[in-house]
Structures are given as structure tokens and as C-alpha cells.
Design a protein around this ligand. Structure first.
Ligand code: CA
Length: 315
């Protein structure tokens, strides 16, 4: 049976790859997509999401606009480094066709609650941006989200350094307050952080295959991903890129890809460790944890699954 999924995205190049991967995955039933600020402002994240769905002929998947800024702020400021990583438009400044489709009128928050109530244990949420939408939905209706099967979060770095500071990963620090609320809740969480995503690497070898498909869509996605490679090369001296957001979807669909640690977590809010995800002292002796963090991954198996699904979408 197909797994019902909602993707919460801040589209972003790796979000775009996660959307395409989900559409190509035979195991996934993508019910809808909710958007947030993060890699880019929420309006552009929503436009990017619609354009990527159009490119993949997934024109019936509804898109619900969400939060415009973090909980503790009234506006969104884009990090300069984010522009270098994802491009001005957030998806590599390619010649992608701009979608003319409008997003849904219902907000991301209400859609998350309504769909969680409707499908409960049949539903998994995969959140691959800052956790503001999730925190707002949880605040508005805690019971709705408690009853879903699993909430898979791309974020954090438990056993490796962060990618914004030594302590913090981008999605968590972007709204550390929201992340703290979610991690300290009793929601059924699975964390897919840099511990595993930095081991799951896509390279030019793979994007060359997309270039060679020779159609317009595959060219655009290959160019978009090559753009992402540049920042990895410049900043980390690394050939290729980490498949952060696609891996979160992969682990939601194929839990056996990862080995996990069961440990309730929290997020530190004070400098210099702002945004650091770490074990929650208060819950250390509380019994069964509700959070599992992925520490090992079968990256070769995931890369095969990813490339198979991408070929289906782009060929
Ligand atoms: Ca993202």
C-alpha cells in the first residue's frame, strides 16, 4: 500500500529534489505540500513548489502557503549564504517555467490539522524546512498531530557539527523556538539530521545522467543541482551535494534505511549553542522516548532508490 505523505518545504534546491523524488516514488502518495519561509521567502517557496510540481506533471497536488517568518520575529531575513547556495530564486536560477497555478486558499496550518485528523495513523508528515508551521499546528490542535503515524524532520546535528554554527543546523536554528517546542512535545518524531544526510551524497556522475536524458525538464533539474554542487565545492571542498531533504522522504518510506537512537531531545536557545539539538535532561529517566534520531544510513541503497524515482520523473 502507498504511504500517505504531506511534505512541508521551503523550496530550496534540495526541497525541489525531495518533491521530485516523492512524485517518482511508487511507495509515496503525496496528498499535499505545505510551504514555509527558510531557504527563501514563503511566496517564492510557494511559487517554486508549484513550478517544480508542474515540471513533474504533478499538477493536481495542492500547495498550501504557510508561515512567513519565525515565531519570535515579524519578518524574514534571508541569510546571504543561502542565496549563494540556492540562487536568487531559491532553485538555482535556471530557465524553469513559472507555474501559473494558484496555491490553495486554506493555510498550511489548517491543512496539516485537518489532514492529520482525517488520516491519523495512515499519514506521515515530512518536514524539511524550519519547524514554524508544525509548531503553529501543534499549538492550535495538539491532539490532531499526536495521532499521525510519524513526523519525519530533516534538521539538526546530534553527533556531527552544525552547518550554520558548530552547534546548529540551518532548519533548527532558523526557528529554534519552534524546534524546541516540537522536540519537547510528545509527538512521534524521527530526526534525519546532518548525521546521516552528510553521508548521502549526489555527484556529477548522477546529474550527468539527467543531462543525457536530453529533455528540457531533465536539463533544468540537472542545471539546478549542478548549481547546488558549486557551494559544496566552495565551502566544503566537497564534490557533489548532500541529499538532505530527499533522504528524509526516503527514510519515511523505507524506515529500514536508517539505524536510530531513541532519545528525547530539546533545543538550546542561548548563545553560543543557540540551535543546538541535544538530549533532554528532564526526560532522561522518563521511560520510552517519543523521538528517534537517525545515526546511520544505507546511503547506497537510498541513492539507488532516489535515482530510480528521479529517472521515472525526468525521463
Ligand atoms: Ca528544505
Amino acid at each position: 500500500m502507498k504511504q500517505k505523505i504531506i511534505l512541508d518545504v521551503d523550496t530550496g534546491i534540495d526541497d525541489a529534489l525531495a518533491l521530485l523524488y516523492t512524485i517518482g516514488e511508487e511507495k509515496a502518495d503525496l496528498l499535499g505540500v505545505t510551504t514555509t519561509y527558510g531557504n527563501i521567502d514563503v511566496e517564492q517557496a510557494t511559487r517554486n513548489t508549484l513550478s517544480i510540481l508542474d515540471l513533474a506533471d504533478a499538477t493536481k497536488v495542492p500547495v498550501y502557503p504557510g508561515s512567513a517568518h519565525r515565531l519570535s520575529s515579524k519578518e524574514y531575513h534571508r541569510r546571504e549564504v543561502t542565496t549563494r547556495i540556492h540562487g536568487q530564486d531559491g532553485i538555482g536560477d535556471t530557465a524553469i517555467h513559472q507555474s501559473t497555478r494558484a496555491p490553495e486558499k486554506q493555510t498550511a496550518i489548517d491543512y496539516l490539522i485537518e489532514t492529520a485528523l482525517q488520516y491519523q495513523k495512515e499519514l506521515k508528515l515530512v518536514c524539511v524546512g524550519p519547524l514554524t508551521n508544525l509548531a503553529k499546528a501543534y499549538e492550535k490542535n495538539p491532539t490532531a498531530l499526536l495521532n499521525v503515524d510519524e513526523i519525519v524532520i530533516m534538521g539538526g546535528a546530534l553527533t556531527v557539527p552544525g552547518n550554520v554554527t558548530d552547534f546548529a543546523e540551518a532548519n533548527i536554528i532558523e526557528d529554534a523556538k519552534a524546534a524546541k517546542r516540537i522536540l519537547e512535545s510528545d509527538l512521534p518524531l524521527k530526526i534525519v539530521g546532518l548525521d546521516v544526510t552528510m553521508r548521502t551524497i549526489l555527484t556529477q556522475k548522477e546529474t550527468n545522467k539527467w543531462h543525457n536524458f536530453g529533455n528540457e525538464e531533465s536539463q533544468i533539474i540537472a542545471e539546478m543541482t549542478d548549481y547546488y554542487f558549486k557551494s559544496y565545492q566552495e565551502q566544503l571542498g566537497m564534490p557533489g551535494c548532500a541529499l538532505h531533504d530527499p533522504l528524509a522522504v526516503g527514510i519515511a518510506l523505507y524506515p529500514n534505511l536508517a539505524k536510530t537512537l531513541a532519545l528525547d531531545l530539546t533545543v538550546q536557545l542561548k548563545e553560543p549553542a543557540e540551535g543546538r539539538m541535544i538530549g533532554d535532561y528532564k526526560k532522561l529517566n522518563r521511560g520510552t522516548p517519543t523521538t528517534e534520531t537517525c545515526l546511520q544510513v544505507d546511503h547506497e541503497k537510498f541513492l539507488t532508490l532516489f535515482m530510480t524515482a528521479m529517472e521515472k520523473v525526468l525521463h
